[in-house]
Design a protein around this ligand. Sequence first.
Ligand code: 2HA
Ligand code: ZN
Length: 275
Amino acid sequence: MKILDAEFVKGFIRLCDDGFRQNWHERNGGNLSYRIKPSEVEEIKEELTKEKPWQPIGTAVKGLAGEYFMVTGSGKYFRNVILDPKANTCIIEIDETGEQYRICWGLVNGGRPTSELPSHLMNHEVKKEATDGRHRVIYHAHPTNIIALTFVLPLEDKVFTRKLWEMATECPVVFPSGIGVVGWMVPGGRDIAVATSELMKKYDAAIWAHHGLFASGEDFDLTFGLMHTVEKSAEILVKVLSIRPDKLQTITAENFRDLAVDFKVALPEEFLYEK
Ligand code: 2HA
Ligand code: ZN
């Protein structure tokens, strides 16, 4: 099968286009990676080259040895993925030590995988282990409202989780384990990757203060849907805070407990504190 005809490639491209249309990907902002299934690698293997040199990842991801990923390119624009996927994305293979990668397809005009490769791969390693291999997508975007909130709310998991849950009834059902927050850090390196992947052991979404959001999920729909839900909730919160910060009514801790029973989700008590 031709790589561009594979379902996972179509899903990858569609997510990039959908994210751009949401205004989450100014210039080269954001990045996406997908852990390809062995059956999918099998389908496209004729087009994969083994001739490119191995390169250091910048961290060790032993749990991903031998895996293949589709990832966006460093400095490439989400806007351009749908126009020319071969020039703006690539497929990489991880070596047996989990310390190196090589490009097997794509980036035909040169380039490297996303500058956030260490964060993507460390998050994949954590989520693969935590979900018995079910999670395959890691998505980083720059949604405006969630970034705005990191200037006015305390950078604490319990504050962001509770406030975002309160803004839309479906939120605790979509991200029942809550949401983590990383204080401002230099992007692109191992330190921010370690901090984010530590939070991803517990959550499916992690905010980078004054920068953006990371989301993890089983497939493109669920991962994009998580990003979309968190950002929608953040938009409502920005509007509420702008209209009148002392809101007249809200969803209460007791309401959340009732919701948890009917929707069969476990909502950690640490987020249901009395205010
Ligand atoms: O430019 O979003 O975090 C890509 C990024 C870096
Ligand atoms: Zn970013």
